[in-house]
Design a protein around this ligand. Structure first.
Ligand SMILES: [Zn+2]
Length: 391
């Protein structure tokens, strides 16, 4: 028999269960609730006074429980930091995609052990803040060897690994030669360690035709596509993502009416990364325009050493509410259920029988406090696959 745990006394439970939407709204809210965890899965969800017995009982003391955050966009495999670049930017210099090359040099010089322990530290930092699932990209190796080993390091921490050899063209090569490398030997070395392929489609990085070529090569090697697009300028990246039916297109800061219509008419999720705009002092994406048009929106951290070095999904929620006019419920939904959808996963981001037992106990009576109390550490407990990992 697998041991069972009853978490009861939950003042407010966010289930994200569409079956509870009629009474519980977008978040499938349930008051005075309980959850039974069996092994790595949720076995039961319902009113506390109807809960079955379990081997172990945990009293939430009237506090809120939410699904663990699903951070569908991060760049954790790197060495060094760019605090000096950040300081310069905050004193008036603009962000440019070429800053990535600074991190590439440090990443290539690091040992596998150094890269692994650095990722482990950041993953632990995320978990302590309630992130129970995450995607990790390569993209600071930019050589066959360094991209493959970056992904091998990332794979130790998540199945959601993304080959981002097409992050920026490294020094000493032409764009044409580099695209040939990315779609040839680099892809062959990276594919065994990756589930996804991504391209930074932007002025100063890769154009739409190059992105199309790289995504097609990835698809031929069994990798599913996602895209960085329309972060710094208007461009064709979002429409390419929609045309190709990609699961997600990320950033979406500069959008034309046609871009919004393309997103609305596709199933492609617009993943917004407001920590980037916060950290680069750029205008925020217009989440309200997207949501009002019926576009599916996710939130993620984009944790990386250059444009946004936060691992806090709670900060992203607070920014989305304060700066992008998302409701607190829309923002939490985007950081959990929609993050899962952006990874094409239906087993996480939802608290319902059979789903992963990834839960966060907040030291607050309501999820609203995530946006209402910005910067305050509210995570009182985290269960990942049914195991208490933060208590
Ligand atoms: Zn990114």
């Amino acid at each position: 028999m697998t041991a069972t745990t009853l978490i009861t006394g939950i003042g407010e439970l966010v289930t994200n269960d569409p079956a509870r939407a009629e009474q519980g709204g977008l978040l499938g809210l349930l008051a005075d609730a309980a959850v039974v965890v069996e092994g790595s899965r949720i076995a039961w969800v319902g009113p506390a006074d109807e809960a079955p017995d379990a081997d172990v009982q945990v009293d939430a003391g009237g506090r809120a429980v939410i699904p663990g955050f699903v951070d569908s966009h991060s760049h954790l495999v790197f060495a060094g930091d760019r605090a000096a670049e950040f300081e310069a930017r905050m004193t008036g210099e603009p962000y440019a995609a070429g800053g990535i090359r600074t991190t590439v040099a440090k990443t290539r010089a690091a040992t596998d052990e150094q890269l692994t322990s650095h990722v482990a530290r950041l993953v632990a930092e995320m978990r302590a803040q309630g992130t129970t699932s995450l995607e990790i990209k390569s993209g600071y190796g930019l050589s066959v060897h360094d991209e493959a080993r970056s992904l091998a390091v990332a794979r130790q921490f998540t199945d959601e690994t993304t080959f981002l050899g097409a992050h920026v063209v490294p020094a000493g090569t032409t764009p044409e030669d580099y695209v040939d490398l990315v779609t040839g030997p680099m892809l062959a070395a990276a594919a065994p360690h990756a589930r996804w392929i991504d391209v930074f489609c932007e002025d100063g990085a890769f154009d739409v035709d190059q992105a199309r070529t790289i995504l097609a090569a990835g698809s031929d090697s069994g990798l599913r596509g996602r895209l960085h697009a329309n972060q710094l300028t208007y461009g064709g990246g979002v429409q390419l993502a929609c045309e190709l039916g990609l699961v997600a297109v990320d950033h979406c800061t500069f959008l034309s009416d046609l871009d919004v219509e393309s997103l609305r008419d596709s199933r492609t999720i617009a993943t917004l990364l407001p920590g980037v705009e916060f950290s680069t002092r750029q205008p925020y994406p217009d989440a309200r325009r997207l949501l009002d048009a019926g576009v599916r929106v996710a939130l993620a951290s984009d944790c990386n050493p250059g444009s946004c070095f936060t691992s806090s999904m709670a900060l992203c929620i607070a920014l989305a509410v304060r700066e992008m006019r998302m409701s607190p419920a829309e923002a939490l939904h985007a950081a959990t259920a929609m993050g899962a959808a952006a990874l094409d996963r239906d087993d996480i981001g939802v608290l319902a029988p059979g789903k992963a037992a990834d839960l966060v106990l907040l030291d607050a009576p309501s999820y609203v406090h995530l946006a209402y109390r910005p910067g305050v550490p509210l995570v009182a407990g985290v269960w990942q696959h049914g195991r208490p990992v933060v208590v």
